[in-house]
Ligand binder design. Structure first.
Ligand code: 6SB
Length: 323
């Protein structure tokens, strides 16, 4: 399970939690403009926008989980088991496999409006990267500063939803996730008035009573509601420090603590949380054990180069000793 979100202060930010019971040796990777991207069924991109994001690099190929390009367009893949359905190749269409989807979009486009148009010709084809890295069932959020889309390839075909909350978790399908928000219309940041009973005298004995009913469990639908509530009501100053901190607090509202979600004989945890300033290209992350922010700056490498810059995650706790 995972959660991806957007936040705007002065700059715009995009990031996600990756929740899983194991790790694929994640690394932050910068792909510069002249790294040749091969595509199995589409023309190679020999020159394209540069991007930074979280990857597993396999056979020299950056398999992106989430990324932002130099124009500020961002995209993340999240688990979508049972629902994701990839198709056979269709002549005359853009046939892109799930592992190619992020580079194909971020390599070529600047805005969600351009992506919406390009998706009209897209088929997500059922081609795996390799025997060791088979197809994974994913759906995607694609965002710029102004708007977001959700893309789901299901039995019925490719669904492209406008995403008015700029947030994505996992199952069920996005239309149902949005519909479910109807159930929470009365949840509020303000203290409630007693509409429960005219006969009872009810006391606002605690702060935060307006949000009673907001789900607190870690299921995908509950995280969607909780994270949308937190993101929609989020306030921060405009500075980088204030905005980035606020961003990690939004993700923190739905993070997974080891021991609370069983997966066989293991437990799902938030392996990393990321926050990319999409205006400056600085990609911040923290990991389950490393609460300090680590940053990788897209613009600190030669973006006209042709080879990847890969930064394995700093995963151990970084303690600042004060005396
Ligand atoms: C599993 C993760 C979602 C986290 C999640 O939701 N976990 C709940 C598990 S549970 O369902 O609740 O039990 C997703 C998110 C992004 C994915 C990678 C995307 C690139 C690449 C695509 C290739 O095709 C296959 C290998 C590949 C490295 C992918 C592996 C894996 O699929 C990643 C990490």
């Amino acid at each position: 399970m995972c959660t991806a979100t957007n936040y705007t202060a002065k700059d715009h930010y995009f990031g996600r939690n990756l929740d899983l019971e194991f790790s694929y040796h994640e690394a932050v990777t910068i792909t510069p403009r002249n790294f040749p991207f091969p595509f199995r069924k589409a023309a190679d991109l020999t020159t394209h926008y540069a991007m930074v994001g979280m990857t597993t690099v396999a056979d020299g190929y950056p398999l992106y989980y989430d990324a932002t390009n130099e124009k500020g367009l961002s995209m993340a893949g999240l688990n979508f088991p049972e629902n994701a359905d990839y198709k056979a190749e269709v002549a005359g269409m853009d046939n892109i496999s799930p592992f190619e989807f992020i580079p194909w979009i971020l390599g070529q486009f600047e805005t969600v409006a351009q992506v919406r148009e390009a998706l009209e010709k897209l088929v997500l084809v059922d081609i795996s990267f390799s025997a060791e890295l088979p197809l994974s069932p994913l759906h995607w959020i694609i965002s710029d500063r102004e708007e977001s889309l959700t893309v789901e390839s299901v039995k019925d075909g490719l669904k492209v939803y406008d995403n008015p909350v700029g947030l994505l978790t996992n199952n069920p399908t996005f239309d149902i996730q949005l519909f479910n928000l109807n159930n929470y219309a009365s949840v509020s940041t303000a203290q409630p008035e007693n509409r429960f009973s005219k006969k009872l005298q009810l006391d606002t004995y605690s702060r935060g009573l307006g949000a009673v009913g907001l789900p607190g469990d870690l299921s995908s639908m509950s995280r969607f509601v909780k994270a949308v509530f937190t993101a929609e009501n989020s306030l921060s100053g405009e500075s980088e420090s204030e905005a980035v901190s606020q961003f990690f607090h939004i993700l923190g509202s739905v993070e997974q603590q080891r021991g609370c979600v069983e997966v066989g004989d293991r437990y799902e945890i938030t392996i990393y949380s990321s926050c990319c300033n999409t205006d400056t290209g600085i990609y911040y992350y923290r990991t389950y054990e490393n609460s300090q922010l680590t940053a990788v700056d897209l613009h600190k490498v030669d973006l006209d180069g042709d080879s990847l810059s890969t930064y394995p995650l700093v995963t151990g706790q970084q303690v600042r000793e004060q005396n």
